[in-house]
Ligand binder design. Structure first.
Ligand SMILES: [Zn+2]
Ligand SMILES: [Zn+2]
Length: 356
């Protein structure tokens, strides 16, 4: 995960508002896209080129997953789409986010969004309508954009008003969503890489002719010198996938799934738990309790209140509850390995350093 913003509500204490990129072997996904996202992305990519020796390929990003409609999570989307259009993007982009039931009902029955007075101004449906007016459609952008809204039970392709199943834009990656508790419709996103078949046991196949080995490696039971060799006995166990949950903004609550890493908002400290409840946000210890409930091996804190000039206290409070917690800062990188270990790379002026 490439972390492009860790502040809540507004830029503060040198932090920017929300936005992250999840990179998998098979493609990339943006999760939330707050104000100024594209500026940060430009800067981040040049830092990657300079200090990590590679550039993130924007064309490999095939989806934007929004956790909710608050502007610190969405307001950077339209300008970024327009920049990609100017840069000549041709690849399709899927944009998915939560909305209210009344929006889905209305789209199904009448196919339009004009009569929606009862929903909140920051419902994603309202922003969708504005973005359309401002040219965020496939014709104006020159690349296909598919807008999908869901109410926690149903997903709907907004341009056709048809109910669909949640799109899965990256092969070998499963995306799912979980309703969360916030002042507007909101959800957490889970990204899971699918399990892969075990490694071919080269040692066991040693001494067999190339042709027989190739046949076993391709999964075919194969006869050799009068004996039937069973292909599955030449493969190790399946390697399970790894999974990541990103909470978005939410009051403390259980997210009904398991994962290996959870990135959770930690807007407030315990001393402000009343305010956290009132504003439907979490404390860092609340984030830790959710991480425990999700059986998550690791917890990464983000989305700090502008009052917090450092994340040290947030970290200390969460570590009282969960054994593996890190606190994110802007431009950090997180690497979740296949053996479930987590590497936290912290951005300094001269590049990234491993934090242990
Ligand atoms: Zn927020
Ligand atoms: Zn919010």
């Amino acid at each position: 995960m490439h972390v492009l913003g860790t502040s809540s509500a507004r830029p503060a204490q040198g932090r920017s508002v929300s936005g992250s990129i999840v990179e998998t072997q098979d493609g990339m996904i943006v999760i939330d896209c707050g104000e100024g996202f594209q500026n940060r992305l430009i800067l981040y990519r040049s830092q990657m080129k300079q200090h990590a020796g590679r550039r993130l390929k924007i064309s490999r990003i095939s989806a934007v997953l929004l956790t909710h409609g608050h502007l610190d999570h969405t307001w950077g989307l339209l300008p970024w789409l327009q920049t990609m259009s100017l840069d000549g993007r041709r690849e399709k982009m899927v944009i998915i986010g939560p909305t209210s039931k009344v929006v889905i009902d209305s789209l199904i029955s009448s196919g339009d969004l004009t009569e929606l007075k009862s929903i909140q101004p920051s419902d994603l449906a309202i922003q969708y309508r504005m973005w359309m007016d401002l040219g965020a459609n496939s014709e104006s952008l020159g690349f296909d954009v598919e807008w999908i809204l869901g109410d926690g039970e149903r997903w709907l392709d907004v341009s056709t008003s048809r109910l669909i199943s949640l799109p899965q834009p990256i092969s070998n990656v499963e995306i799912s969503s979980y309703v969360t508790k916030h002042k507007v419709p909101s959800c957490a996103w889970k990204i899971r890489t699918k399990s892969r078949e075990g490694k071919f046991k080269r040692d066991k196949a040693k001494g067999l002719p190339d042709k027989i080995r190739a046949s076993l490696a391709s999964g075919q039971d194969t006869e050799f010198e009068g004996e039937l060799l069973i292909a599955s006995e030449f493969r190790g166990n399946d390697r399970p996938g790894i999974s990541l949950v990103v909470s978005g903004d939410t009051a403390e609550q259980s997210i009904n799934t398991e994962c290996d890493l959870i990135i959770h908002e930690a807007t407030f400290l315990d001393s402000h738990s009343k305010i956290a409840e009132e504003h439907q946000h979490s404390t860092s210890s609340g984030a830790a309790r959710t991480a425990i409930a999700c059986n998550s091996k690791h917890l990464a804190l983000t989305h700090y209140s502008g009052r917090l000039d450092s994340h040290e206290l947030s970290l200390a409070e969460a570590r009282e509850i969960h054994p593996s917690v890190i606190a994110l800062s802007d431009f950090d990188r997180l690497i979740l390995n296949e053996d479930y270990t987590l590497e936290h790379l912290i951005k300094l002026e001269e590049g990234w350093i491993h934090h242990t």
